[in-house]
Design a protein around this ligand. Structure first.
Ligand code: NAP
Length: 177
């Protein structure tokens, strides 16, 4: 069966490639002056499934919310710990790459990889990611949690568009396969 949906990374990063400070703070990101919702709702409409690494999920849940703010989307969290599913989220304990390949081969809209860097790394190693939509914040953090980890393979991209939302630059790339 042919592939009918795309796996898309939609994420914000510092100019020097960090998605969070060492202490996981995103204060630096929320201080950036954007424009409207910085293209979020436009992107959100294109997906029906959302993937998280466990640390990213934990970060979201630490923001004083009871449940994930992604109504009517299928949400999956990858973890090697045995956790029970909740109403709004399923914890995936099987191999992340195989599980995601199966998702990609099902009918549906695109799949959003929220992050973080560790989960992304598993997908990049197996060349699963189809598109990158990266919002670059005008800051050099110097240290933090990296978006990209060291890897063996080069990933060649084709630039689809560049937009700016006030101080953010959005780079939209397609992966050459
Ligand atoms: N700037 C942004 O837009 C943005 C976006 C997303 C995240 N973030 C930030 O990034 C930070 C987290 O990123 P991170 O790279 O440290 O961690 P992460 O990728 O979010 O989560 C890592 C955890 O996910 C699970 N995991 C990852 N790959 C797996 C695989 N192949 N199979 C099974 N489980 C897997 C493991 O959980 P277990 O340890 O439970 O097994 C692992 O410890 C947070 O601070 C978050 O706020 C920022």
């Amino acid at each position: 069966m042919g592939k009918n949906r795309k796996l898309v990374l939609f994420i914000s990063t510092s100019l020097d490639g960090y998605i969070a400070a060492k202490d996981e703070s995103l204060d630096w990101l929320f201080k950036v002056e954007g424009e409207g919702d910085n293209g979020y709702s436009e992107f959100y409409e294109t997906v029906d499934t959302i993937l998280f690494g466990k640390r990213t999920y934990d970060w979201v849940m630490k923001q004083g919310i009871e449940e994930l703010p992604y109504k009517n989307k299928e949400c999956y969290v990858f973890t090697r710990s045995p956790l029970d599913d909740k109403e709004d989220v399923k914890f995936v304990h099987e191999d992340a790459v195989n599980f995601t390949k199966n998702l990609i081969n099902q009918e549906g809209r695109n799949i959003w990889v929220v992050g973080g860097g560790e989960l992304l790394h598993s997908f990049l190693k197996d060349k699963l990611v189809d598109e990158f939509i990266i919002k670059v914040a005008p800051i050099l953090l110097g240290t933090g949690i990296p978006l990209f980890r060291e890897g063996e393979d080069q990933v060649h991209l084709s630039l689809k568009s560049v937009r700016n939302f006030n101080q953010f630059v959005e780079l939209h790339y397609e992966v050459k396969k």
